[in-house]
Ligand binder design. Structure first.
Ligand SMILES: NC(=O)C1=CN([C@@H]2O[C@H](COP(=O)(O)OP(=O)(O)OC[C@H]3O[C@@H](n4cnc5c(N)ncnc54)[C@H](OP(=O)(O)O)[C@@H]3O)[C@@H](O)[C@H]2O)[C@@H](O)CC1
Ligand SMILES: [K+]
Length: 489
């Protein structure tokens, strides 16, 4: 798992290293890693034009020291100092010694219109609020220029902890971050400004993370393989209460996703029974109530179900069970009206809202998506899966995950129903609810990427690509699924 650490957590881990000295050692490590990434991106340094945007803090110091390394290798380095009287003294000396040019921020010709690479050292984890006007103007000018845009530690203007952007921020193509990945680089608006994130290890001794991003290997480890003694019941039986006679699609997609993720047994209960039966002969289907479906180990409730009294009775019945329940779509609208139904449960509940559904519980998501998800998770005593460009999962204790897979092509009707089926299927295996949500989001995102590789996707494509996505995740992690052996293409 990739641990995501806030600015305060990074500073706490830096403290003993800074105290142990020698002075400037951490910055040297950071800047050396940064210069190495830049060199790889450029191919070679000699004759390349590099502009450094340098704020008055240590982030500017990193840029200056890295610039000195690059100048020493023959790059033509220009540093634009935002606050010339306060630039990092040792960094400035190093750059001047290596032959770098130094300008103040009002200089007419700062080279941004012809730079091969721009290093953004305006502000790092010490930043607060929107970029100040002079810094914002330089970030905008850099974005218009031809150079590769590299952010030092954090794209200036992005809140390292939340990903919030107030106004302008540096539009990095690559962000070289030090010690640990910050949440703001992979979540919310910040994700779109950080883009490719490279981590430079500077030797921090970090405590266990509160916020994580799963890799393929983490997901492969958590996806249970069927074992030789398993039967259809022992693999986890999922119940789906979704869809309606008018709108059977959501039920068909949700049931299909549950079947494709963990093909033990899926039981469907609801008024879309005919549609589900026709699409999935593998499912056991009733047009009765959830209680008529037979025994299950987890429920998915809500997609396409409607919000009338009958739907509310179904939700109430499912939430009254002592089983894990995933609440989605129409059931979220109903649960927002009666949050006590969720709060009073002792078995795990997973809520999977998008932003508008989230707001029905009382507060807008706002610019701090992790904070918002954690807040509602704690309030309801449930796992919150907040959908988005980077889906966030939070459990009531504050443990959170930021999903790292997916594609904007997933923003199409029915993909949420598929996600619910995937996560429901994992819940039925007995997996921890937050992990099931995070693993499900990862699998769903990878499936979307695979489907999108063939062109515009519809939700049904996800069902067709789901087994292959799971196999690829397992293979990427070095696992070969039982039964496929090495002969799988
Ligand atoms: N600790 C270490 O040894 C190591 C730290 N490392 C590096 O240090 C970085 C943290 O350095 P830091 O603490 O000096 O803060 P930093 O990010 O440079 O920001 C402060 C400056 O920004 C300014 N500023 C603030 N808000 C602003 C805004 N909205 N718009 C514009 N400007 C704004 C603020 O101005 P002021 O308020 O003082 O006028 C001040 O000048 C960290 O990200 C990493 O890169 C690595 O080298 C590893 C070793
Ligand atoms: K920066």
């Amino acid at each position: 798992m990739i641990g995501l650490y806030t600015a305060a957590e990074i500073r706490a881990a830096e403290e003993p290293l800074l105290a142990a000295g020698p002075e400037g050692a951490l910055m040297q490590r950071a800047a050396t890693g940064l210069a190495t990434v830049c060199l790889r991106m450029l191919g070679s340094a000699y004759g390349r034009r590099i502009t450094l945007l340098v704020g008055a803090g240590n982030n500017g110091g990193d840029a200056l020291v890295a610039g000195a390394h690059l100048a020493a290798r023959g790059a033509r380095v220009t540093a634009v100092l935002l606050d010339p009287g306060r630039a990092h003294p040792a960094g400035l000396r190093a750059l001047r010694r290596a032959g770098g040019r130094v300008l103040d921020p009002t200089a007419e010709d700062n080279g941004l219109d012809r730079a091969d690479l721009v290093l953004d050292g305006i502000v790092g984890i010490g930043g607060s609020g929107g970029l100040r006007p002079r810094a914002a103007a330089l970030a905008e000018q850099a974005a218009r220029g031809p150079g590769l845009l590299v952010a030092v530690d954090v794209p200036s203007g992005v809140d390292a902890d939340t990903g919030a952007v107030h106004g302008t921020a540096f539009e990095a193509g690559t962000t070289v971050t030090f010690g640990a990945v910050k949440p703001g680089l992979v979540v919310g608006e910040g994700k779109g400004f950080a883009n490719e994130v490279r981590l430079v290890d500077i030797g921090l001794d970090l405590p266990p993370a509160r916020t994580h991003q799963l890799t393929d290997a983490d997901v492969a480890l958590r996806l249970p393989f069927p074992l030789p003694g398993d039967d259809k019941y022992s693999q986890g039986v999922v119940g789906v209460a979704a869809g309606s006679s008018v709108y059977p699609g959501a039920a068909v997609l949700c049931t299909g996703a549950a079947l494709r993720t963990r093909p033990g047994l899926v039981r469907y209960a609801g008024t879309a029974a005919d549609g589900v039966r026709a699409a999935w002969p593998e499912a056991i289907v009733t047009d009765g109530r959830p209680a008529d479906a037979g025994r299950v180990q987890a429920w998915v409730v809500g997609p396409g179900m409607g919000t009338d009294d009958a739907a509310e009775r179904v939700l109430t019945e499912v939430l009254a069970s002592d089983l894990p329940v995933l609440v989605d779509a129409d059931a979220l609208t109903l649960a927002a009206r009666r949050p006590g139904l969720v709060r009073d449960r002792s078995a795990p509940t997973v809520l999977t809202p998008h932003d508008r559904e989230f707001a029905r519980f009382g507060n807008e998501v706002g610019s701090d998506r992790l904070g918002a998800a954690r807040g509602l998770a704690a309030d309801l005593g449930a796992v919150l899966l907040l959908k988005g460009e980077a889906t966030v999962v939070a459990d009531p204790s504050g443990t959170a995950y930021v999903n790292g897979t997916g594609t904007p092509w997933l923003a199409t009707a029915g993909t949420g129903d598929v996600l619910s089926g995937i996560v429901g299927s994992l819940l039925a295996t007995g997996m921890d609810a937050a992990e099931a949500a995070a693993v499900g989001a990862h699998v769903h995102g990878r499936t979307g990427q695979l489907a999108a590789a063939r062109g515009p996707l519809v939700a049904g494509d996800l069902l067709r690509r789901l087994p292959d996505a799971i196999r690829r995740i397992q293979q990427a992690a070095g696992f070969v699924p039982i039964g496929l052996g090495d002969s799988a293409p």
